[in-house]
Design a protein. Structure first.
Length: 276
């Protein structure tokens, strides 16, 4: 049957697929739009399978936080090239996916991928994006946070790094809170407090320090004691509240918050493109 330009345009608007792909799909489906969408989806899935072994190391981390700071969400979506990641349509789709996380309070990636989207699911739409763009596309992770305190979000320029900080109470000075979020982005702490550092990490640090001291000629018993003393330096570098505040090294992050009447940090989430 003859396929009109209007029908091709309509299918393209529905799916985002290329004009020729839409025309071909409508021809195979004898003008049936639902069947044509399914054909395009299957084509996208085939492309997705072919590109499954490709590396998708580029992309975006999109965040959203409620006006009252009680709820926040984030999503990481990957592509093979930075060219695709910088495309406005790609960003718009990523933002839409993140809004689904936020609006529906999805707590797992599985919930996100199985969420209804258009005539299928989010997973179907990602497969369709693969078919249209011709690159491996994947939603790598999603995050939903809710709190009785305050959530503050910082997105580093380029949207390849984002930080969400949970403060243990109401934040009245957003500049102070953003300073701490930027500190986390730059200094990569592993925990908020010393008590939260995993025991195996501490044991490993003591062992490394002990071996270094022995290699320097210290007796084993003295090296053991001195190694535990070196933990102080490790905590200063790796624990957020113990870190020197980057804008004023005369105070720690904890002291900076206390001096500015800002609640202490309860938790933080540092999301960097490509990291697990």
């Amino acid at each position: 049957m003859a396929i009109s330009a209007a029908d091709v345009k309509k299918l393209r608007e529905m799916t985002g697929a290329g004009m020729m792909d839409c025309k071909k799909a409508l021809g195979e489906a004898n003008g049936d739009f639902e069947m044509a969408v399914e054909i395009l989806r299957k084509q996208g899935q085939k492309v997705s399978e072919k590109r499954a072994d490709r590396d998708a190391n580029q992309g975006l981390i999109i965040t959203r936080v409620s006006d009252d700071g009680k709820k926040a969400s984030a999503i990481e979506i990957n592509s093979e090239t930075d060219f695709v990641a910088r495309n406005e349509d790609f960003r718009a789709k990523a933002t839409t996916f993140n809004n689904l996380v936020f609006d529906n309070s999805y707590k797992t990636l599985e919930e996100v991928l199985s969420s209804p989207f258009g005539n299928g699911t989010v997973a179907d739409e990602v497969a369709n994006m693969v078919g249209v763009i011709g690159e491996k596309i994947q939603i790598k992770k999603s995050l939903l946070l809710e709190t009785d305190g305050t959530l503050v979000v910082y997105n580093h320029p380029g949207d390849q790094l984002a930080v969400i900080v949970e403060f243990d109470g109401s934040v009245t000075n957003e500049d102070v809170a953003k300073d701490v979020a930027m500190q986390i982005a730059a200094m990569k702490p592993i925990a908020v407090t010393e008590a939260e550092v995993d025991a195996t990490v501490i044991e490993k640090e003591i062992e490394i320090a002990k071996e270094q001291l022995i290699n320097e000629g210290r007796p084993a018993d003295i090296a053991e004691k001195a190694a535990k003393g070196k933990l102080r330096r490790f905590f200063e570098e790796s624990v957020l509240l113990n870190q020197k505040f980057v804008k004023d090294n005369s105070v720690t992050v904890k002291q900076y918050l206390e001096q500015n009447n800002t609640p202490l940090v309860k938790a933080f989430y540092r999301l960097q493109l490509g990291e697990s």
